[in-house]
Write a protein that binds this ligand. Structure first.
Ligand code: HEC
Length: 219
């Protein structure tokens, strides 16, 4: 190896090496002229002076800083490769909107947040329904296993037919013959007029009523 090449390799290879005047450049690199000098590894040229750092847009990041979107960011402010904005929190190296936070966690799609903890289930009033449970008016109940039309007819004629007719085709209340169990439940629970009724119905009752209504479906 010729002495000239050896000098170039030394200047390029040694990290933090100070300015080595007279070295033409590094193999495979453009020669950096900086005030007549050549900056060493880990240095960039600022105002004709070699400074330790890495170029970052129009800025130069120093030790303890990282370049994010052409801006130098203190490593302590980093969240993965990102920087969280106001109203965000860093969770497992990802910026998360504070509104989606659950304690220090983010819940999966099949989870709900209970007392700052993610729990598998569906929110239901102050409760969380897990597998095999359905939400009925803010209370978790065992999911109905299918409706019993005879049981449904008994509940319906005792509590509903006065207003919805014996077959559900409507009177004071609307025609609900084509309603699914869920629709009967939601409609019953949300219509204010029913709050005057003293009857308490379970998810199974609604499934039974729906099964009964199916026997007199409008179509
Ligand atoms: C006192 C009369 C009355 C009784 C009894 C009654 N309903 Fe109703 N129901 C109504 C009226 C009136 C409406 C329409 C309310 C509204 O639109 O705000 C209604 C609406 C509904 C709806 C919603 C329909 C829709 O279009 O969304 C459902 C479902 C329903 N009732 C089911 C029942 C069931 C099941 C029972 C018995 C357990 C029952 N109702 C008992 C009067 C009654």
């Amino acid at each position: 190896m010729q002495i000239k090449n050896l000098m170039a390799v030394l200047a390029c290879g040694a990290a933090g090496m100070a300015v080595l005047a007279g070295v033409a450049g590094c193999p495979g690199q453009q020669p950096v002229t900086c005030g007549g000098a050549v900056c060493g590894a880990g240095q960039v040229c600022v105002d004709d002076m070699c400074v330790a750092g890495t170029e970052c847009g129009s800025d130069v990041c120093t030790t303890g800083e990282t370049c994010v979107n052409d801006a130098c960011v203190a490593d302590s402010d980093l969240c993965g490769n990102d920087v969280c904005t106001t109203g965000q929190t860093c969770v497992n190296d990802v910026c998360v909107d504070n509104s989606s936070l659950c304690g220090n966690d983010v819940c999966d799609a099949n989870e709900v947040c209970v007392n700052d903890m993610c729990v598998v289930g569906v929110a239901c009033g102050n409760d969380v329904c897990t597998n095999g449970e359905a939400c009925n008016n803010g209370v978790c109940e065992p999911e109905s296993t299918g409706g019993d039309a005879a049981a449904g007819q008994a509940v319906f004629s005792a509590n509903c037919q006065a207003c919805h007719a014996a077959d559900g085709s409507g009177g004071i209340g609307p025609d609900i013959r084509d309603f699914t169990a869920q629709e009967v439940q939601d409609g019953f629970n949300s219509a204010a007029i029913h709050s005057s009724l003293t009857v308490t119905l379970t998810a199974q009752d609604f499934a039974d009523i729906s099964a009964f209504l199916d026997t007199s479906a409008s179509s």
